[in-house]
Write a protein that binds this ligand. Structure first.
Ligand SMILES: NC(=O)c1ccc[n+]([C@@H]2O[C@H](COP(=O)([O-])OP(=O)(O)OC[C@H]3O[C@@H](n4cnc5c(N)ncnc54)[C@H](O)[C@@H]3O)[C@@H](O)[C@H]2O)c1
Length: 453
């Protein structure tokens, strides 16, 4: 590790950092390294995306200190899906992983998940983990040896993505741990749409600081998605259209907040965001002025759901979520995007598809959450080839790429770039809000017309 880049471990202890700290994002925007080094590959060779059981833990012997923010499902897993960041960190970092702090105001929940870990063979990563209600509390009580190499944020989006105290975890990280990498879950925020500008401000602070930062749009790391990218790049294709459909299994969604727009910002901002993001990944920048959308609402006859797991009458009528949202837009390139989100299926599995069209090509990604299949139709043929990716684990790949970027940012040119930056994720956030607001405008117009009639 002779030529390892200087890490935060080489820097002063946090106590002295305050007086004599390295320049923070607020002082100096310029010279530090950027997360998207130009020499780095902008996409990933699908052959390099290997599942956890075929991947080796990263080499080296030094402890790799990590702080987890949030002790919930995304971080420690649940019945709801395959996500579980701690599990992926354990595999990627092996015995080097040391979770120095777990930040969560729900101290009991945090203590319980740590106890579970300590009962298993990954004990060494968690036996010295301390629980704090806030990052500030950790900073006040930490010693130099606790300095993290990465802060992983899986708290609810209503507590982040702004410059307001208590909802500014990114700025807190930049301030207390300049140069330390971050991973932030999607969406980047869920405040009112009037705060979108603030989210972009946070993005600017992060990018100007040169901090390595990855956002949890893990579908970009699917092998199938990277194969689609490879076909587009290798054949120099121009995308003509993206057609996305996301039908969730609502019966399995038991979190009351998810059904309340005032808490979760609604199913497009909170959940459909994954497919809005993938659409943008292929279609490019969206002309926000072109976004138009319609919804089927809870109080329309066709919007009645018979198997909701929550009592919707407890949610104020104006905060109840739409059952169907259908949107279209133009990309800056001229291509057209469309997206339909449905809260309609029962059972457990979601039904999701994304089609990408270019001259002579149809690339159709089916079932990316459960068992991804890619259907490809090529020029001059009616035949559809199909590819399956049985062992693929995009949650592992996104963590693996993050760690590779932190560990050898300059040394390994084949290391893939982080595929989702904070700034890019802000644009996805903006698109999801534009869709929600377009449906609400149309609903309001319809109401007003009905009243006049
Ligand atoms: N990429 C994916 O597929 C995926 C899947 C699940 C969740 N997520 C995202 O992860 C995030 C968290 O979701 P979840 O399902 O784990 O929620 P959760 O409710 O299970 O857990 C959130 C935890 O954060 C804690 N918390 C609340 N305020 C906090 C604060 N200010 N600081 C630190 N912790 C705080 C809560 O007490 C709770 O323990 C959301 O943004 C969600 O969209 C992404």
């Amino acid at each position: 590790m002779a030529n390892r880049r200087p890490s935060v471990l080489d820097s002063p202890v946090p106590g002295t950092m305050l007086a004599n700290r390295r320049p923070s994002v607020f002082d100096s925007p310029s010279s530090r390294r950027q997360s998207g080094l130009s020499s780095r590959r902008p996409s990933i060779d699908p052959a390099r995306l290997v599942p956890m059981d075929k991947a080796f833990a990263i080499s080296g012997h030094e402890d790799f200190n990590v702080v987890f923010v949030g002790a919930g499902n995304i971080m420690f897993g649940s019945e709801e899906g395959p996500w579980n960041h701690s599990f992926r960190f354990e595999h990627k970092l092996g015995p080097r992983l040391k979770v120095v702090a777990l930040i969560d105001p729900a101290v009991e929940r945090a203590t319980a998940v740590l106890q579970k870990k300590c009962d298993t063979f990954v004990r060494s990563a968690y036996e010295n983990t301390r629980v704090f209600r806030t990052l500030e509390d950790f900073v006040k009580n930490m010693s130099r040896k606790d300095t993290p190499r990465a802060v992983i944020v899986g708290s609810p989006p209503m507590f982040r993505g702004t410059t307001q105290p208590g909802r500014d975890i990114e700025l807190q990280i930049l301030r207390h741990f300049p140069g330390v990498a971050m991973f932030i879950e999607k969406p980047v925020a869920t405040g009112p749409s009037s705060e979108i500008e603030e989210v972009f401000k946070v993005a600017k602070f992060i990018s100007e600081s040169g901090t390595v930062c990855s956002i949890g749009y893990m579908l970009r790391y699917l092998k199938a998605v990277q194969m689609m990218k490879q076909i587009i790049n290798d054949n120099n294709l121009t995308v003509m259209a993206t057609v996305a459909r996301y039908a969730c299994a609502y019966e399995a969604i038991a979190k009351p907040d998810w059904w309340d727009k005032s808490k979760s910002a609604g199913p497009i901002v909170e959940q459909g965001t994954h497919f809005c993001d993938l659409s943008r990944y292929f279609g490019g920048e969206v002309d926000m002025t072109t976004v138009s959308a319609h919804s089927l609402e809870w109080d329309e006859n066709a919007g009645h759901l018979s198997k909701m797991a929550v009592d919707e009458t407890a949610i104020p009528p104006e905060n109840r979520i739409p059952r169907v949202t259908a949107a279209t837009w133009k990309y800056d390139s001229g291509a057209v995007g469309s997206f339909t989100h449905l809260v309609a299926l029962q059972g457990h599995d979601y039904s999701c598809e994304l089609e990408v069209y270019a001259d002579g090509y149809q690339l159709k990604l089916v079932n990316p959450y459960v068992q991804p299949v890619l259907w490809i139709r090529r020029p001059g043929s009616d035949h559809e080839e199909s590819y399956r990716f049985p062992d693929d684990d995009p949650f592992f790949s996104e963590i693996s790429v993050l760690i590779d970027n932190i560990e050898d940012i300059e040394e390994e040119p084949e290391t893939a770039q982080i595929l989702s930056s904070f700034e890019d994720a802000c644009k996805t956030y903006q698109l999801t809000w534009a869709i929600r607001e377009a449906t609400e405008r149309n609903r309001k117009n319809k109401r007003e017309t009905t009243v006049v009639e």
